[in-house]
Design a protein around this ligand. Structure first.
Ligand SMILES: NC(=O)c1ccc[n+]([C@@H]2O[C@H](COP(=O)([O-])OP(=O)(O)OC[C@H]3O[C@@H](n4cnc5c(N)ncnc54)[C@H](O)[C@@H]3O)[C@@H](O)[C@H]2O)c1
Length: 349
């Protein structure tokens, strides 16, 4: 088997943490992978210098993952085509609103035999309904695309704290190849075939994470948080059963399911957003600008997209937690209403 070359499409917080893992793994597994990992970086100026230049000289993404060294065999490239044209494995790790446009630019300019893996949490909704991000990538680029998601807060992974992740891959062989690319003693990968549920979990848990933050902001403790997690999980399962034919409950017991949900409800940006929504009267956009400095909250986008699907299918009443988070993010409902939604949840009837 010829050696596979790897390109990371995206270089934010998670992309940079993954670059650290991959840079080391390809060197250790050089019988399987080319040693140079290309990382496409959306170019921006930081302190008057190009971010690609900073990464390639200081080997640190000082904007999105400060304080973490990225191996020297990871090369930041501002030109998307130059970064991706020779790759056998394309790792997509961008905020989901940029995926379609990025893929359009790559269309027809990459290897037709390449395989992709999406690390992107979110779904895309258009007139034809819900689409997993891997399907957007697959359709535009015409290549196979798997998914990798789990309880993986980037900062903790970058510090090599132990965690697990799930690779969702319906095609035999590719899952194992990806496992050998990503796995380390502190980043354990399991492979499942129920890819759509793996991806859906990654989008839905961010909505529940905002709910957990709202409960925190209102001064509620661990019991309420546990209720948010349980009711959120029930809505996630119900949603998958309705919208993903063949979705398996066992997938919710993988890292992409319950583990990611618990982590998101205790740490991370979306929980933080929920807390700030309670403690200020600013809009989500204003909070994003103030708190994230260039990064984005994925939860409100997911809530909006899921709400649209529920509305179209007349299912709003069956998903009060998702719906309440959506209205609170829009500032059309008071945060206090969230607790009422838990109190009157259909799971209690
Ligand atoms: N951060 C985490 O802990 C984490 C963990 C697991 C999964 N994820 C998922 O990874 C994905 C990426 O998240 P992140 O945290 O790395 O992103 P981020 O918010 O840290 O970074 C934003 C990135 O978007 C880029 N960008 C800005 N404008 C752009 C444009 N117009 N076109 C293309 N790129 C543009 C920026 O350069 C930057 O690299 C998300 O789907 C997220 O859910 C994140």
């Amino acid at each position: 088997m010829s050696k596979k070359s790897v390109c990371i499409v995206g270089s934010g917080n998670w992309g940079s943490a993954i670059a650290k893992i991959l840079g080391k793994n390809v060197k250790e597994r050089s019988d399987k992978f080319e040693i140079c990992v290309k990382m496409w970086m959306y170019e921006e100026m930081v302190d008057g210098r190009k971010l690609t230049e900073i990464v390639n000289t200081e080997h640190e993404n000082i904007k999105y993952l400060p304080g973490v060294k990225i191996p020297e065999n990871v090369v930041a490239i501002p030109d998307l085509i130059k970064a991706s044209e020779d790759a056998d494995i394309l790792i997509f790790v961008l905020p989901h609103q940029f995926v379609a446009k990025t893929c359009q630019q790559m269309k027809g300019k990459i290897k037709s035999s390449a395989v992709a893996v999406s690390l992107i949490k979110g779904v895309s909704i258009d007139d034809s309904g819900m689409k997993m991000i891997s399907n957007v990538i697959k359709e535009v680029l015409g290549i196979e695309c798997c998914a990798l998601m789990g309880a993986n807060l980037a900062g903790e992974v970058a510090q090599e704290q132990f965690c697990e992740t799930t690779i969702g891959c319906a095609v035999n062989g590719t899952g194992e190849l990806l496992k050998s690319l990503f796995e380390t003693p502190y980043f354990r990968c399991s492979v499942v075939t129920d890819q759509a549920t793996v991806e859906l979990c990654g989008a839905l848990k961010n909505i529940v994470g905002i709910g957990a933050g709202i409960a925190d902001g209102l001064g509620h403790g661990d019991n309420t948080k546990a209720a948010v997690i349980r009711l959120g999980l029930m809505e996630m399962i119900k949603f998958s059963e309705i919208f993903i034919p063949g979705s398996q409950r066992s997938t919710f017991f993988e890292s992409c399911g319950i583990s990611d949900l618990v982590a998101t409800c205790h740490g991370g940006r979306n929980r933080m957003l929920g807390e700030h929504i309670v403690k200020s009267d600013k809009t989500v956009k204003q909070l994003e600008k103030e708190l994230l400095k260039g990064q984005s909250f994925q939860g409100p986008l997911a809530a909006r997209e899921i709400f649209k699907m529920l509305k179209d299918k007349n299912l709003i009443e069956r998903f009060p937690l998702f719906v309440s988070v959506h209205y609170i993010c829009l500032r059309e409902s008071q945060p206090e209403e969230f607790i009422n939604c838990l109190r009157n949840h259909p799971e209690h009837i």
